[in-house]
Design a protein around this ligand. Structure first.
Ligand code: PEP
Ligand code: MG
Length: 541
């Protein structure tokens, strides 16, 4: 048995075999070949495999995200049947006697250059698709997986690191837990693990991950330990912990349908944080009273292209209908920092956390914002929607947002499209917004404090940097004082205030936060019932 240590992001236990996931860049070399016709056959076989992989992806995407989102895989299939593309590759193989990987890459680069130089925006974007299909072909030719996870049995993923978009693409049914060698406990990848209920350990001192592929392992999310090839005693001990967890979960079921109210009678709104439509099951299973934060950027992270108004509308409508009249707070796009999306074509930044992010991008590229607001307003007719804007630092930004909303409403009126009147709130997650919370509260209907970023920006600590994890202190008196200032200014102006950062699920401060006057807590679905239990045990006045 080998024992490694890391930082736990979700307190639970996973037992299973390890699957190592490696990120490999496609480095293609030019090789001289002798049998051109054999190479052409190899190429044709790779094309058939790619087309059938894309067919499977199309089906999966249709079931999980609808036909429109799946359409991209059909487009890729069509590109792989394009005669010009295929003939160009076959010609290079035959005329230059080179390997298929090289011929595919050269041809794809040529096609991508042609698309990029076109005036039509739609055609320009096809350049990314050509690169995508070329990568798929090269992966197939070198027998690598281009899909996130392809294991049949549920496994524990072991990787150097996982980005938020890789994490969201993991097949949740097949992932028992994950262990990464890098990564911070405050990253979005860690937050996703909590939302998905997955025991996960980051920043682990495993030196030779390849050696553990297929090996039995235990992820102990209580201590941050990973047991590789565990002995029988350890295995039995951890199985007992798993059984106890199960018992505790069963006991918590009794709290379903009960009020979230302190011992001295103060009612607290207890909502769930989600990242995608697929989290709705957890929300319902855990009896959340609403959704306090839908991180809408994951819609963008999961796609290969800007999600259309229709795609967004369908997702928001589904969430609202599923919640059947309960409050749903959807946060507008918050990309940038650790959430990067290739098709946005954002430049690399020296300090991405302090960079071009969230509302800054949306107010700059208003078309993106307008599309999202149109989808949100159209969906508002199907439930109780509130809209929340991230990373606000000024009243001016709020007024600009309101102006865009005003224009969108005018458009919808002209088109005769019905909508309701969603509340507008902001995330208070920058020190600037705390300091001017009195002014901001006069412009909006609610505040939700994002303690993850508020901690990062107040303490000047990059939440992505694992070296700083021990300095990242959300209990710091400065943070507590900022929360108090925000609550007081919200209440002074007659609006409610909640917390949707990870501090909301930290039982060590539940009583303190409620005593300050916090009206709402929004947490990962798996924390709803334990937090309801905690709140029902609190005295706050
Ligand atoms: C926060 O900053 O606390 C928050 C909830 O937003 P995110 O973690 O998505 O940045
Ligand atoms: Mg934030």
């Amino acid at each position: 048995m080998n024992i490694c240590k890391g930082k736990s992001v979700f307190p639970s236990v996973a037992i299973g075999r390890i699957q190592v996931i490696k990120k490999r860049k496609n480095i293609v070399t030019r090789l001289q070949i002798e049998d051109q016709e054999a190479e052409v056959i190899r190429f044709d076989q790779a094309i058939s495999t790619a087309i059938s992989q894309l067919g499977e992806l199309y089906q999966k995407a249709c079931e999980e995200a609808g036909e429109e989102s799946a359409a991209i895989f059909e487009i890729h299939q069509m590109m792989l049947m394009d005669d010009d593309f295929l003939e160009s590759i076959r010609n290079i193989i035959r005329q230059q006697s080179v390997n298929t990987e090289y011929a595919v890459t050269v041809t794809a680069d040529n096609f991508a250059d042609i698309f990029s130089s076109m005036d039509d925006d739609y055609m320009k974007e096809r350049a990314i698709d050509v690169k995508d299909i070329s990568d798929r072909l090269v992966n197939i030719l070198s027998r690598r997986n281009s899909q996130a996870v392809l294991c049949k049995e549920p496994v524990i993923i072991l990787a150097d690191d996982l980005t938020p978009s890789e994490t969201v693409l993991l097949d949740k049914e097949k992932v028992l837990g994950f262990v990464t060698r890098h990564g911070s406990i405050n990253s979005h990848t860690a937050i996703l693990a909590r939302t998905m209920n997955i025991p996960a350990i980051v920043s682990t001192d495993i030196h030779n991950p390849d050696a553990y592929n297929g090996v039995m392992a235990i992820v102990d999310g209580y201590t941050g330990m990973v047991y590789l090839d565990p002995d029988d005693d350890t295995l039995n001990m951890m199985k007992r912990i798993q059984d106890k967890d199960l018992e505790k979960k069963k006991l918590l079921q009794e709290l379903k349908g009960k009020e979230t109210i302190t011992k001295d009678g103060v009612k607290v709104h207890l909502y769930a944080n989600i990242s995608s439509e697929s989290d709705l099951d957890y929300v319902l299973q855990n009896d959340a009273e609403g959704i306090g934060l839908f991180r809408s950027e994951f819609l963008y992270l999961e796609s290969n292209d800007y999600p259309t108004e229709e795609q967004q509308f369908n997702t928001y409508k589904k969430v609202l209908e599923t919640m059947a009249g309960k409050k749903v707070i959807i946060r507008t796009l918050d990309i940038g920092a650790d959430k990067q999306i290739d098709y946005f074509g954002l430049e690399k930044e020296e300090n991405p956390a302090l960079g071009y992010r969230a509302v800054r991008i949306c107010l700059d590229r208003c078309d993106i914002f307008r599309t999202q607001f149109r989808a949100l307003y159209r969906a508002s007719a199907f439930g109780t929607l509130s809209i929340m804007i991230p990373m606000i630092i000024s009243v001016k930004e709020v007024l600009q947002v309101k102006q865009i909303i005003h224009e969108v409403k005018e458009q919808l009126d002209a088109e005769g499209i019905k909508y309701s009147d969603p509340a507008l709130g902001i995330m208070v997650e920058t020190p600037a917004s705390v300091m001017i919370s009195d002014q901001l509260a006069r412009e909006v209907d609610f505040f939700s404090i994002g303690t993850n970023d508020l901690t990062q920006y107040t303490l000047a600590i990059d939440r992505q940097n694992p070296r700083l994890d021990s300095f990242y202190d959300p209990y710091h008196p400065a943070i507590m004082e900022m929360i108090k200032i925000t609550v007081d200014n919200a209440h002074k102006n007659g609006i409610w205030v909640g917390i949707c950062g990870e501090l909301a699920s930290d039982f060590a401060v539940t009583e303190t936060l409620l005593s300050m006057g916090i009206d709402e807590l929004s947490v990962s679905p798996s924390f709803i019932l334990p937090l309801r239990k905690k709140i029902r045990e609190c005295y706050i006045s």
